[in-house]
Each structure stands twice: as structure tokens, then as C-alpha cells.
Design a protein around this ligand. Structure first.
Ligand code: PLP
Length: 240
């Protein structure tokens, strides 16, 4: 069995363990495999092990993989999620090639994605990125801007507003209690928006990565984005 296949099994087991510890159903948390910087072969290995959702940060790199998977398996159920920062000149290719975007932080970008979403495809699933650590250098909107942006984004005809996404400060630097507090704030914001927006599809809290997924699941994450724990250490460009 390949290392990727073994790692996937281990991450699934870790997710189930964390969900049970939080008294949540085994199926409460989806696994997004973050394949940025890893090649097509790595994606295919994970795909053959049953992984269906893949996350990418860099558009050019991801388009090559998406095209190659499409060629190899035209009818595969692979779902591509864009999880990197978005420049407005990149929205068309994102709208044409991805099923999800986790990193909405401006209405203008959301409007372009909606306008450019091909009518042959279902609506693009989107999450608003929240800057939960409050660091000036980080992407995302402030928590108190989320409701207003959500109310606009959910009116875009070719988008489906699914929830919120966040990247807290690294666990290693900040320690578990600070990171836990940020996850707890995200869970509270998510629940407040669910109550205020009353959207049937607002069901996704995208948070938790290789090093902090247990804590994220304890605080209501419904989708963890895991790269290095599946594919190994990234040698080049680091995300975000
Ligand atoms: C790279 C990246 C991940 C995965 O990080 P790992 O620590 O490798 O699990 C998750 N989310 C985003 C937004 C990323 O850029």
C-alpha cells in the first residue's frame, strides 16, 4: 500500500476519533485533500484510494491537474475546491473549473464568479473567509463584516453560499488554548449566521488542517483541509 493510501486511512481514523470524542456523528466531517504542490500522480493515488474532494491554492498548477484527471477519468466524481487567495483576473478560470471556492472576501470577486459561472454547471459553492486571528497580514474579512457580505453573496444567482472558512494562527506558534479560542469564535459566528440567514445550504464550517484538525472538529468543523498529513511535507511554495 502506498504512503498516501496509508496516510488517508490514518487521517480518516483521526477524524472519526475526534468526531466521536466531540459526540458528533462519524460522518459529520468531510475530508478535503489539499494537493497543492503535489503532482498529478499523488492526486491519482488518493483518488484510487477513494478520495473525491481535492483542494488547490495555485490556479495555474491546479488547471494542469484538473485537465489531466479529466482526461484519465472523464466521469470521475472528483470535486475541486479553490482555497487560495483570488485575484480578479483569475475568476473566470476558477468559475469554469472548480466546484467550490473557500476564500471569498470581497463582493466584487463573488459577483464575477457568479457572472462567469458556466450555465451548464451547477451553482458554485462558496464560503466566506474570516480573518479570525485578526492579523493584518492575513486574508479574510473581520467577523463583524460577515453578515453583510453573506447577505449580498447569497443573492448571487450562480453561487450557493455554503458557510465559513478560517485559518487560525499556527498551533506551534500560538499554543492550543489560543487556537482553540479562535475555533470556538468561528463556531459561534457560524451558528449566529445560520440563525440570521436561515439558508438551507449554509452548512459548512471549513477549518482544521494537518496539525490542528482535532481541535477544529471539537469546535464544529464540518470540513477539514488536510495536505501534509496525506501527501507528505511540501518542499516548495507554502500555502498562503
Ligand atoms: C496548505 C493549506 C492547507 C493544508 O495545510 P497542511 O498543514 O498541509 O494540512 C489547508 N488550508 C489552506 C488554506 C492551505 O493553504
Amino acid at each position: 500500500m502506498s504512503a498516501i493510501t496509508q496516510n488517508l486511512q490514518a487521517v480518516h481514523a483521526q477524524i472519526v476519533h475526534a468526531a466521536r470524542a466531540a459526540k458528533r456523528p462519524d460522518t459529520a466531517v468531510r475530508l478535503l485533500a489539499v494537493s497543492k504542490t503535489f503532482d498529478f500522480d499523488a492526486v491519482v493515488t488518493a483518488m484510487l484510494a477513494g478520495q473525491t474532494a481535492f483542494g488547490e491554492n495555485y490556479l495555474q498548477e491546479s488547471l494542469e491537474k484538473i485537465a489531466a484527471v479529466q482526461e484519465l477519468r472523464p466521469d470521475s466524481a472528483i470535486e475541486w475546491h479553490f482555497i487560495g487567495p483570488i485575484q480578479s483576473n483569475k475568476t473566470r478560470l476558477i468559475a469554469e473549473n472548480f466546484a467550490w471556492v473557500h476564500t471569498i472576501e470581497r463582493l466584487k470577486i463573488a459577483e464575477r464568479l457568479s457572472q462567469q459561472r458556466p450555465s451548464t454547471l451547477p451553482p458554485l459553492n462558496v464560503c466566506l473567509q474570516i480573518n479570525i486571528s485578526g492579523e493584518a497580514s492575513k486574508s479574510g474579512i473581520a467577523p463583524d463584516e460577515a453578515l453583510a457580505l453573506a447577505q449580498c453573496v447569497c443573492l448571487e444567482p450562480n453561487l450557493r453560499l455554503r458557510g465559513l472558512m478560517a485559518i487560525p494562527e499556527p498551533l506551534k506558534q500560538k499554543g492550543a488554548s489560543s487556537v482553540e479560542q479562535q475555533f470556538a469564535q468561528m463556531q459561534q459566528l457560524f451558528q449566529e449566521l445560520q440563525a440570521q440567514l436561515k439558508l438551507a445550504d449554509f452548512d459548512t464550517l471549513s477549518m482544521g488542517m494537518s496539525s490542528d484538525l482535532d481541535l477544529a472538529i471539537a469546535h464544529g468543523s464540518t470540513m477539514v483541509r488536510v495536505g501534509s498529513a496525506i501527501f507528505g511535507k511540501r518542499l516548495h511554495k507554502s500555502g498562503n
